[in-house]
Design a protein around this ligand. Structure first.
Ligand code: GLN
Length: 503
């Protein structure tokens, strides 16, 4: 076993048996990250900061103060603010910004003893599906460097796939945890909206933004989500799961234990007995490439072979998720990004004539093309006279999409289908056509609009490129979702394949 390919449990065992120290582990991954700099996954590495955290973790291990994650490295999407490391959100607007505090997610993983390796590239303000919108250059897919890694958490996905970090954080507003995970052949979960705190996550569309873990397996994601999730009074939409009616659902911080116990109890053969899987016909309609369809269908057949009941159903408003999302997300973005005015945060133009001119120039210089496009669309749909026609209408459609999912969940336990219509495409292929890029989000947007949990699990390769299976659960059903994904990974090895990278 090499450390780069190890699971979190294997790393835990290696640390506990003193086979390796947290400092050595951090150095191992930093060396790999530096050697693979051509992938452009890391935006900010600072050995001094990392090694200080690693030494503290070693001291904790020596004193016996050890949790599941103590001493294990992680790297953060650059949308999470961090003390020490710059936090850019992939934007020139924040090119030199250093936060005075840590995001809740960062703080939680730090207090669990995780050692931060640095900050990971992403699309500017998490807007994009290919990681080509970063002001600091595109991320390359480690399976084929001429292709995109998916977005917006492209750096987070590519770094895990290339073995530059055992785990990373990402965010998902319309698919940004699931789609890059799918395109890089790793596992990720977007939890139920409100489960992971948004405090210190640089805002894109607040009613959709949700953080989550990216790692090699569902088992690893369960361990990470246990540490990341939890009520946070500093986030106004944070959910206190203990006060919701959960009907016996297993949620953080009990996910990893449940996943393990579930696997132990599973009978050999027919491990998916009693599970009803809904297959929405709209997810297999025109637009889905034949190679992705083939591997997703093979995965679903594996579930059926192992005892799951397959139920065909309909999510009739799937098509509408694109226009609804691309009204709501830009509307919220235009409001959230108004704080970047050259006064309070970030870039300020050097030359200007008056206050208005200073703000206009600072924003024109600081934001990239896609961000400007969203701000314009957002301001337009929120403007007097168009609010009812676009924004309000989109919110009504959003409600109907959520109801469609609830209707589906009366018939099944999980919904499965593709994460994206295609595998990773060639860099530059869709850059000139924003609408073609938006259409790539068709299978992930509905889940985000409804606030449901969704995962991407590696389920095959089309040529050399990974394909992800999307597993969608009902609210707060992360425990069963992760346990089911883990069972699938016990009988398949797609998640164990790794690309050849230089280090
Ligand atoms: N691709 C979608 C967008 O560009 C989703 C991005 C995300 O989830 N952050 O908005």
């Amino acid at each position: 076993m090499t450390f780069a390919a190890a699971s979190l449990k294997q790393l835990r065992a290696a640390l506990d048996s003193r086979q390796v120290s947290a400092v050595e582990l951090a150095e191992h991954f930093l060396n790999r990250a530096e050697a693979a700099h051509d992938l452009n996954t890391f935006l900010h590495i600072d050995r001094g900061l990392t090694l200080a955290e690693a030494r503290a973790a070693d001291a904790r291990i020596a004193s016996g103060d050890v949790g599941a994650l103590t001493g294990i490295p992680v790297a953060h999407k650059d949308i999470f603010v961090t003390q020490g490391w710059r936090s850019t959100a992939g934007s020139n607007m924040l090119a030199n910004y250093v936060s005075p505090f840590d995001a809740t997610v960062v703080e939680k993983l730090k207090s669990a003893g995780m050692v931060s390796l640095g900050k990971l590239n992403c699309d500017e303000f998490a807007m994009g599906s290919s990681n080509e919108n970063s002001a600091f250059g595109p991320v390359k897919n480690p399976w084929d460097k001429s292709k995109i890694p998916g977005g917006s958490s492209g750096g987070s996905a590519a770094a895990v796939a290339a073995g530059l970090t055992p785990a990373s954080t990402g965010t998902d507003t319309g698919g940004s945890l699931r789609q890059p995970a799918s395109m890089c052949g790793i596992t990720a979960i977007k939890p139920t909206y409100g489960t992971v705190s948004r405090y210190g996550m640089i805002a894109f569309a607040s009613s959709l933004d949700q953080g989550g873990p990216m790692a090699k397996s569902a088992e690893d994601c369960a361990i990470l989500l246990d540490a990341m999730a939890g009520f946070d009074e500093r986030d106004s939409t944070s959910v206190d799961v203990s006060t919701t009616s959960r009907k016996g659902l297993v949620t953080a911080p009990n996910l990893a234990a449940f996943v393990e116990q579930h696997a132990r109890n599973a009978s050999t053969g027919g491990v998916f007995q009693g599970i009803r899987i809904g297959i929405p016909k709209e997810f297999f309609a025109a637009g889905l490439s034949a190679d992705v369809a083939q591997h997703v269908n093979l995965a679903i057949a594996e579930f059926e072979k192992q005892g799951a009941a397959i139920i065909e159903l309909s999510l009739p408003r799937t098509q509408l998720s694109i226009p609804a999302y691309y009204v709501i997300a830009p509307a919220e973005a235009s409001s959230n990004l108004s704080r970047f005015d050259g006064v309070r945060y970030g870039h300020r133009a050097v030359e200007y004539n008056n206050l208005g001119d200073m703000i206009a120039k600072s924003r024109s210089e600081g934001f990239g093309a896609e961000v400007k496009r969203r701000i314009l669309v957002g301001a337009y749909v929120l403007s007097h006279g168009y609010y009812d026609a676009y924004y309000l209408q989109a919110q009504k459609v959003r409600r109907l999409i959520a109801l469609d999912f609830q209707d589906a969940f009366t018939k099944c336990d999980f919904i499965m289908g593709p994460v994206a219509p295609t595998t990773a495409w060639k860099m530059g292929e869709k850059s000139a056509d924003p609408v073609a890029m938006y259409l790539e989000d068709i299978f992930t947007l509905g889940v985000s609009l409804a606030g449901l949990p969704g995962m991407s699990v590696p389920c095959g390769f089309a040529g050399d490129m990974p394909v992800g299976l999307q597993i969608i659960g009902n609210y707060f059903d992360e425990g069963r979702m992760l346990a089911t994904a883990h069972q699938y990974q016990c009988i398949t090895d797609w998640h164990k394949r790794t690309p050849e990278v230089s280090p």
